[in-house]
Design a protein. Structure first.
Length: 115
């Protein structure tokens, strides 16, 4: 079993920054993909950024140049540095881990950006 625990959400003014963290525990395979998704009220959950265990990254167009995903494989932790935040970034952010054909989700952390 795998557990994901997110932290770092909160309230910030437009133009500000936040850093999200997600620590994975349990049976973590060496090869996996970790990522962040967001879900705004009334909308579907959508991809924000992914990073493989080898360090390859993928970003949603809406966050390119503003958000940076990184990971510490030794700590099984993924980070999302969010800069130049906009009100439209307001959402619940979920950590995701995919390995061996299965997916796991964190409980979510709220990010609210005020204008």
């Amino acid at each position: 079993q795998v557990q994901l625990v997110e932290s770092g959400g909160g309230l910030v003014q437009a133009g500000g920054s936040l850093r999200l963290s997600c620590a994975a525990s349990g049976s973590i395979f060496r090869i996996n993909v970790m990522g962040w998704y967001c879900q705004a009220p009334g909308k579907q959950r959508e991809l924000v950024a992914l990073i493989t265990s080898g360090g390859s990254k993928n970003y949603a167009d809406s966050v390119k140049g503003r958000f940076t995903i990184s990971r510490d494989n030794g700590k099984n932790t993924v980070y999302l540095q969010m800069n130049s935040l906009k009100p439209e970034d307001t959402a619940v952010y979920y950590c995701n881990l995919a390995q061996a054909g299965r997916e796991y989700w964190g409980q979510g952390t709220q990010v609210t950006v005020s204008s």
